[in-house]
Every structure is written in C-alpha cells, then in structure tokens.
Design a protein around this ligand. Structure first.
Ligand code: IMP
Length: 423
C-alpha cells in the first residue's frame, strides 16, 4: 500500500493533531517523520483535551501502531512527561509505540544552546520554541549527534559526555547570560532515558517496508507547516527540518513512488507564532477577533499567535511543493460573524502584481492584493453535513478550490473529533 501524507500548509498550528486522530480509523500505522517537541498537536474527544508533542496522534486508538520515525528529534525528558500523561488515560503505549533507532536525541545542552543562540540574536531572534530543535539538527548534519540506537551501546555515556562538554564551551562562546544547573538537568535526562529504553526501538525503515508489502495502511503525520520548512519556508524564520512532502521520504525511508494521497491542511485564515514575515497579518480588531474566537495560543509555548487573512499566494506555493491531492479546511467556524472577509490572491512586488511566492516577503517588499467576500452569521459548530453550511461559506470554499485547483474534502467546524464534515 502507498503511504499517505498529512501536511500543514501554513506556519504550523493548522490542526494536524485533530485530523490525524479523525483519520486514524482508516490507517494501521501513524508515523511522525520530522520535528520534535516544538510541535503541539491538540486532540479533543469525550470532553478531554490532549496535547501531544512527539508521540504520533494515533496513540489513542487501541489498534493503531504509532511510529516515531528517524527524522524526528526526541527529548527524553519531554517524552517521559508525554508518556506519564498517557498513563492517566490508560493508553497502552507499550503495545503500540515504536521508535526508530535512527532518531536523534535532544540533550539538555541542546536546549541551553538554543536559548544562548536566541539570546545572542537580540531583535533578530527566530522566536524558537527553545526546545533544542535547531542545535540537535545541527549536530545531526554535523555528524556529531546521539541516536536512539546509541542507547543500546555500552559506551553511549562517553559519547554523551564529549558532546555535552563541547556544548558547554559553545554556550560560553555565545557570551550571553544563560543560567543553568547541568547536574540537575542531567539527572532528569538520565532518568528519562531509562524510561525511553524500556520502549520498542526498531529499524523503522524496514518495519515500514514490510508493513507496505503486507498491505498495511500508513499515514505520515507532519509537524509544523510548509512555510516553516528549512528549504522552502520563510528562512531564516523557519524550523530546522523539512516539513514538506520530501521530508516524509527522508524522515521515514519511504520511496517517493510509494507516496499515495497528500492531504494538505490549512486554516480558513492564517496564523503564525514567533518572528518572521507575514504579509496578511492584521493589527486591528479583525485580527484580535480571530485570535480570541479561534483561541490562538501556541499549544507548546502558550504564546499568542499572530493572525491575518488567508494568503493564497503562500497556500498555492505549499500545494505545489507538496503535490497536495486533497485539502482539509480548519476553523471556518471562527470566521462566523465577520461582515466582510478578505483573501489575498496576489502580491504587489517591485511594481508588478505577482501570484508566486518571491524570495523576500517582508512588509517592505510585498503588499497583498485582496478579493473580498460577504461573511456569514450562522454558527457552524453544530453543523454535521455540508448541505447545512451557509451559501456565503460555500462560496468561499468554492473560490479556494478553484484558485488552488484542489478539492477541499474535509471541513472542520470545531476542535472536537465530532465537529468534522466529510464532503
Ligand atoms: P524551533 O523549531 O523551535 O526552532 O522554532 C523555529 C520557528 O518555528 C519559530 O518561529 C517557532 O515559533 C516555529 N515553530 C516551531 N514549531 C512550531 C509548531 O509546531 N507550530 C507553529 N510554529 C512552530
């Protein structure tokens, strides 16, 4: 069977956790392929809210296997907290959770390095979640990293010490004030590693190969979004992994010709946490309303998200780069009550009107060109069928489908599993 992908098409926080959870019924295996605890995937069911950071969002389904792939970076300390949280819900993660031996570990000193690097940047800071993601991927590409499989070797602590010592000298190099007590951090880290070691470590590329051959259905769960991709996002204000379709191939060991559907998920408007350009950002009452009604606060850091109109220039780019076959639109319900809605269809750039994403999208380089729509008043959150959706809402949907040349097959009208309309 081909491997399907579920990818965020904006700056993350599109609602991937909820949709993976809804889709899980159709899949035998859910596999995370990049990112780490910088992600916060929120799932709501039976009146309970669950936030996952590294563990795939299929974990609440009894018969689904969940794989943390080689492209993911794991912080054992945060992982332990996630597992303890699952204990409360009697989720049998020992049966259903697999971890790639080739996934890299986030060390306490990676987190400290992240903090030092950000502090040294001053106003130019990325707005990182400070989970140590960047420094861990730097060690991966620098060929210094420690992998999950290393934990099975006798001498892994020697390797750990050498790397942690090197990090400490790098922290000093930054010459900023980062307070820490490494002994305490290491105690917590080594305890968490013991729990991690009690889980199933596997050669995940082979596991997925065999699963495909035996007809198992697999969904690769993306983290962050296409505009945070290290190559195609708004560099340098991006994360440190490939969040796009290609990342699923390298982050799981799946061949490109084995990819099936690529589901692209987007919000009916746009949000962003952290720094970086955001052409359709709103600084007025409309933006404030989106943030308040949409409860736009980061699931990992609690930071308020910046809000703005839907940007079709950026969305079109993400659809193309990922080869999206079906779209999933989230949070249309948040736009109920707006008299007029705007969608950015082009940018004014160097005196021209363009519809592709240029190299620079800072405010001084691009001005959004908007198309306006009449809003709708109806509360969508109780609607269960596409036929109940207001005509103005459907006009908005139809316009997006035409512009993006891709069907919107799922419309989410609230955070709960049940608030999902399949078309
Ligand atoms: P890092 O990946 O923690 O280094 O953060 C780099 C940038 O990506 C920052 O602007 C973060 O706010 C953003 N970012 C990282 N992970 C997520 C996410 O899961 N959702 C939204 N933004 C994210």
């Amino acid at each position: 069977m081909a491997v399907d992908l579920l990818l965020g098409l904006q700056w993350g926080d599109e609602g991937k956790g909820k949709i993976v959870d809804v889709f899980t019924e159709k899949y035998d295996i859910i596999a995370r392929f990049q990112g780490g605890p910088n992600a916060g995937h929120t799932l709501i069911f039976d009146g309970q809210k669950h936030v996952l950071h590294t563990i795939p969002s299929g974990i609440f389904h009894e018969d689904t296997k969940n794989l943390v792939g080689n492209g993911v970076v794991i912080d054992p300390v945060i992982f332990k907290k996630e597992l303890e949280n699952l204990d409360k819900f009697k989720t049998d993660y020992r049966k259903n959770l697999y971890i790639s031996r080739k996934a890299h570990l986030i060390l306490p000193t990676h987190r400290l390095l992240d903090a030092a690097s950000e502090a040294s940047k001053g106003k130019a800071k990325i707005g990182s979640t400070l989970k140590g993601i960047g420094p861990t991927y730097m060690d991966k590409t620098g060929r210094n990293g420690i992998r999950v499989g290393d934990l099975e070797l006798e001498n892994w602590k020697e390797k750990y010490r050498l790397l942690a010592d090197k990090h400490e000298s790098m922290i000093k190099f930054y010459d900023v004030d980062v307070q820490y007590n490494l002994d305490e951090l290491e105690k917590e880290f080594f305890e968490a590693v013991e729990l991690l070691k009690s889980l199933k470590f596997i050669d995940s590329e082979q596991y997925l190969q065999l699963a495909q051959e035996s007809g198992k259905t697999i969904l690769a769960e993306g983290a962050q979004g296409s505009l945070l991709d290290i190559d195609f996002g708004t560099y340098p204000f991006v994360t440190s992994s490939n969040t796009t379709a290609a990342g699923a191939c390298t982050g799981l060991g799946v061949a490109p010709n084995k990819i099936g559907d690529a589901f692209g998920i987007f919000k009916a408007y746009t949000t962003r946490v952290g720094s970086g350009p955001f052409p359709t950002e709103l600084f007025d009452e409309d933006g404030e309303t989106m943030g308040r009604v949409g409860n736009e606060f980061g699931a990992t850091t609690g930071r308020p998200r910046r809000c703005g109109w839907l940007d079709l220039v950026a969305l079109r780019y993400a659809v193309q780069i990922n080869g999206i076959t079906q779209l999933i639109m989230m949070k249309g319900d948040v736009l109920s009550g707006f008299k007029t809605l705007k969608v950015c269809t082009a940018y004014k750039y160097k005196g021209e009107e363009i519809t592709h994403l240029p190299f620079n999208i800072e405010p001084e380089n691009v001005t959004p060109v908007y198309t306006e729509f009449s809003g709708w008043k109806e509360d969508l959150t109780k609607m269960t069928e596409a036929s109940q959706l207001p005509s103005e809402f459907m006009e908005y949907v139809k316009f997006l489908e035409d512009e993006l040349k891709t069907p919107i097959s799922v419309i989410s009208v609230g955070p709960d599993r049940k608030q999902t309309i399949h078309r």
